[in-house]
Write a protein that binds this ligand. Structure first.
Ligand SMILES: Nc1ncnc2c1ncn2[C@@H]1O[C@H](COP(=O)(O)OP(=O)(O)OP(=O)(O)O)[C@@H](O)[C@H]1O
Ligand SMILES: [Mg+2]
Length: 275
């Protein structure tokens, strides 16, 4: 009897793990599609700038106009370069290996990808970046989490507004907080937001994003796999703040160290959902 219960339990655990992997796979695919559409838009915009100023420089032969055109072309090309670097960074870093990760760089590269989209929706971003230790992380997955949080925040402010991205450390964690001043989440929904397929959105918005309800479920899986926690505070009409708490252990614990209990900070912790 006990044996069969044990078997059932093991089966449930295995199924749960498999389902979590599926959620992550689906979210990754959706996210990849979103990324392609975002960067194509960004790139097109930069190209239009370059083309228009090149035309202007060819039409007007005076030095002042040509200087201005070249200056604009140069700035646009620099931006194109940043965008490709960010995308290549993400593509290169597709491994599922934990690597020493610089969170400041990760934030910068993510913001480059969303800069234009956020300004299109009249959202201004305030970065409050403090010096933090490097952490062991799977960079492209954390970038995915940050993109999900930023897109949710943008969608919670349909009339635009302010978004604060804050990076700071305490003795146990590197904390990354994404705060919006949008609609907020009512108490009864707050309990459900990390459930797969929970969504209050009708479907993708005009930028092709949102509505599957997999975003936060996948964020939670990823942060848990990093031994971290994801916290949310929200007030209807005031806004929402998601905080990622990532353990600062210099190295991931070797099984031996963890078993000896010498590396408590690096032990996996439960993600606390709506608190
Ligand atoms: N910053 C936020 N402000 C207000 N509500 C939010 C915020 N972030 C998430 N939510 C709520 O939580 C729900 C679930 O979010 P989640 O990102 O998992 O799914 P989604 O955005 O609806 O779709 P997708 O999986 O495509 O991102 C959202 O539908 C929304 O109701
Ligand atoms: Mg979302």
């Amino acid at each position: 009897m006990i044996d069969s219960q044990q078997n059932q339990l093991e089966q449930l655990v295995a199924e749960n793990t498999l389902l979590k992997q599926r959620v992550d796979q689906m979210q990754r695919l959706t996210a990849l599609g979103e990324l392609v559409s975002t960067t194509t838009h960004e790139f097109n915009n930069v190209l239009m700038t370059i083309l228009n100023y090149a035309k202007m420089g060819m039409r007007h032969r005076d030095d002042a106009t040509r200087d201005k055109a070249l200056d604009k072309i140069y700035t646009a090309a620099e931006r194109a370069n940043k965008i490709t670097n960010s995308v290549l960074g993400m593509a290169r870093n597709r491994s599922n290996q934990f690597e020493t990760t610089d969170m400041v760089k990760l934030i910068e590269q993510t913001m480059v990808l969303l800069e234009r989209e956020l300004s299109k929706y009249r959202i201004s971003v305030e970065l409050q970046i403090e010096e933090v230790p490097q952490i062991q992380a799977i960079g492209n997955q954390l970038q995915q989490v940050l993109l999900n949080l930023l897109i949710n925040a943008r969608q919670a402010m349909p009339d635009g507004g302010q978004l604060i991205v804050r990076l700071y450390a305490d003795d146990q964690f590197v904390n990354l907080a994404v705060r919006d001043f949008g609609t907020g989440i009512p108490q009864d929904k707050l309990k459900k937001i990390f459930q797969p397929y929970f969504s209050t959105k009708d479907g993708p918005d005009e930028s092709g994003k949102g509505g599957t309800g997999l975003g936060l479920a996948s964020c939670k899986n990823i942060i848990e796999a990093h031994g971290g926690k994801i916290r949310v505070e929200s007030m209807v009409g005031k806004g929402t703040c998601f905080t990622l708490k990532l353990p600062t252990g210099q190295k991931r614990p070797s099984p031996l160290v963890a078993a000896n209990g010498l590396s408590a900070a690096a032990q996996p912790m439960n993600a606390s959902a709506a608190e």
